[in-house]
Design a protein around this ligand. Structure first.
Ligand code: SF4
Ligand code: SF4
Length: 260
């Protein structure tokens, strides 16, 4: 069954596919634990799609192009996740697609995906978390976006890699961050980062942050607001991504393809 899922997702132009064990998922937010969402959830199928280098570093409009492509990929990944979940459910294994970007929650003063696909990717062995909080994959570096599915199917699960891709002495991501959002040890101040890295013409993240942080009532409607007004946004920074040495992973692959 896993082979069938992999074949389908790769045919949808996904670049990596993995399976994470959903047991003992340690999210501090109870409603974000897989088994709280899907009864008898056993695995998280997680797949990633690469955003290619040139999109991030065009001489003009790089942030707008990056935002536009990423948000189109989210739709592609959501459609693929819906198909896989339906296929598994029809086989007798209730399954639920997860949104690649939305819904986005705010709980306890922090932003949360319903289930963190980055952490699922780590658990599935697709890569390791860099100190800039982006997943680093051996082949695609830090340029993958993720989609996923919760499933009750007992698929063979991957294992986390027992390695870090961050050299001990590297602090590049923390040093290039214009707002000192990264502490250089893997920690991030979400508010500092989001105020700088996302922009929205009608409802800026800075505005949301100020109001939503203090209002329990509005907090509960955060996913509705992000799903409507915040469904599309522009980027304002990806310095920790493009300056990380892992951004360049896969460039030789592109050059080789060109020479063929
Ligand atoms: S995206 Fe920009 S603002 Fe956010 S942590 Fe990275 S460098 Fe800092
Ligand atoms: S810039 Fe260095 S420390 Fe930061 S994520 Fe990349 S390799 Fe790790």
């Amino acid at each position: 069954m896993l082979k069938e899922i992999e074949t389908f997702l790769l045919a949808q132009r996904m670049d990596v596919v993995g399976v994470a064990d959903a047991a003992e998922w340690g999210s501090p937010v109870v409603e974000c634990r897989p088994a709280e969402i899907l009864k008898d959830c056993k695995r998280i199928i997680v797949f990633g799609k690469e955003i290619s280098h040139p999109i991030y570093i065009t001489q003009r409009h790089a942030h707008d192009l990056y935002g536009h492509i990423a948000q189109n990929y989210y739709q592609t990944m959501d459609a693929a996740a819906i198909e896989v979940a339906s296929m598994l459910t029809r086989k007798g294994y209730p399954s639920v697609p997860l949104g690649a970007y939305l819904p986005l929650l705010m709980r306890e003063g922090k932003y949360w995906g319903i289930v963190s696909l980055k952490h699922a990717a780590v658990r599935a062995g697709l890569g390791a978390m860099g100190r800039n909080t982006l997943l680093v994959n051996e082949k695609f570096g830090n340029r993958l976006r993720f989609g996923g599915i919760l499933t009750s199917a007992p698929l063979p699960a991957g294992k986390p890699l027992e390695k870090s891709y961050c050299p001990d002495d590297c602090r590049t991501c923390a040093d290039v961050c214009p707002v000192q959002a990264l502490d250089g040890r893997g920690g991030i101040n979400q508010y500092k980062c989001l105020r700088r890295s996302t922009s929205h013409p009608l409802l800026s993240t800075a505005f949301l942050s100020q109001w939503f942080r203090t209002s329990g009532f509005i907090n509960n409607y955060f996913e509705l607001v992000t799903g409507t007004l915040g469904a599309r946004y522009s980027y304002g920074c990806c310095a920790c991504l493009v300056n990380c040495p892992h951004f360049k992973k896969g460039i030789s692959r592109s050059v080789a393809a060109k020479d063929e």
